[in-house]
Design a protein around this ligand. Structure first.
Ligand SMILES: Cc1cc2nc3c(=O)[nH]c(=O)nc-3n(C[C@H](O)[C@H](O)[C@H](O)COP(=O)(O)OP(=O)(O)OC[C@H]3O[C@@H](n4cnc5c(N)ncnc54)[C@H](O)[C@@H]3O)c2cc1C
Length: 287
């Protein structure tokens, strides 16, 4: 049972931040409520005041400028999955959004809520990392831009301070001629594993590559060392390089045995899925 809660509906970022500061620990930001209401209903979180940020118009915008897509934090998964802008500018993100849970959660849940909650079993953050995405965080004193890989601190932890709001997500286009793919493995609705790969090839050689993995560790992670090894390799060798990276992946991602599978299984599947995603990207790039 949900206890009765006070609802505050600010229309500006400054008002929302002030409400968070005034009510302190009693207040929680409420966007779609897909996570929040579950946590409150199950007694996993206490709150007396919900600061509903959906009346802040800026948080609903989808726009593009200077080669980057800007998504307001309150844009829903469903809107992203169906946005022509997103499909064109970041097709792997549009695909990842279409895979989130089910239509009810996609209609209710927002991208900002997903990133701010930082559940390790999530889809969008992994794809956003290969775009070198950043987020705009703000409070009543101003705004700052934070690279997404620095925004995620640990599972369920981000750099957001108690009076901060996640305002928007800035997604630079991939480099010209870089194609991308997102693959996920799931036994339940949430992903067990997610991998995102972007690559640019010429004459059978990988000129540029970006790789990220989510769900296996506490937060989505870019695989910079593996990228450096694949860059300059023949496409035909890239799969072998990924297969040989098990030791690196284990050290970086530190998988654990749990109900979704053993650490060994997750590492094996990560390697397989990275190789498959690279293969998909090669096919899309027609090399
Ligand atoms: C059954 C189920 C299945 C799911 N499956 C998947 C899946 O397959 N893949 C996947 O990626 N995700 C999955 N999710 C997670 C889902 O994507 C998130 O629940 C949703 O995106 C959260 O958004 P929301 O707007 O509902 O956030 P809320 O529930 O409103 O908020 C979540 C948290 O973020 C904070 N918050 C929200 N907005 C902001 C903001 N603008 N600034 C700062 N803090 C903010 C809230 O205070 C709260 O702590 C699943 C969730 C459920 C319930």
């Amino acid at each position: 049972m949900l206890q009765s809660l006070r609802l505050v509906q600010p229309t500006t970022i400054a008002e929302a931040s002030k409400a968070l500061a005034d009510f302190g620990e009693k207040a929680k930001i409420y966007a779609g409520g897909a996570e929040l209401l579950l946590l409150l209903r199950n007694g996993l979180l206490q709150s007396e005041v919900l600061v509903d940020v959906k009346k802040i118009e800026r948080l609903h915008r989808i726009s593009a400028a200077d080669g980057a897509l800007r998504l307001g934090a309150c844009v829903t998964h469903h809107a992203l999955e169906n946005s022509a802008f997103v499909r064109e500018h970041a097709p792997a993100l549009a695909y990842a959004e279409s895979q989130v849970a089910n239509v009810r959660v996609r209609n209710q849940g927002t991208l900002g809520g997903n990133l701010a909650f930082n559940d390790p079993h999530s889809d969008p953050g992994t794809v956003l990392l290969i775009h070198n995405a950043s987020v705009v965080v703000g409070n009543r004193d101003g705004e700052r831009s934070v690279a997404l890989n620095e925004f995620f601190v640990d599972m369920y932890a981000t750099v957001l301070q108690p009076d901060d709001l996640l305002i928007e997500i800035e997604i630079p286009a991939l480099p010209v001629e870089m194609t991308s793919a997102y693959l996920r493995l799931h036994r339940y609705q949430r992903p067990t594993l997610g991998v995102a790969v972007g690559a640019r090839m010429t004459n059978g050689t990988v000129n540029d590559v970006r790789m990220a993995v989510g769900c296996i560790g506490p937060k989505p992670t870019r695989l910079s060392e593996l990228e450096a090894k694949i860059k300059g390799a023949k496409v035909s060798e890239a799969g072998r390089i990924v297969a040989e990276a098990k030791h690196y992946l284990r050290g970086l991602l530190q998988p654990v045995d749990d109900l979704l599978g053993s650490a060994e299984y997750k590492l094996y599947m990560t390697g397989m899925m990275l190789a498959d995603a690279l293969e998909q990207v090669v096919q899309k790039g027609n090399v």
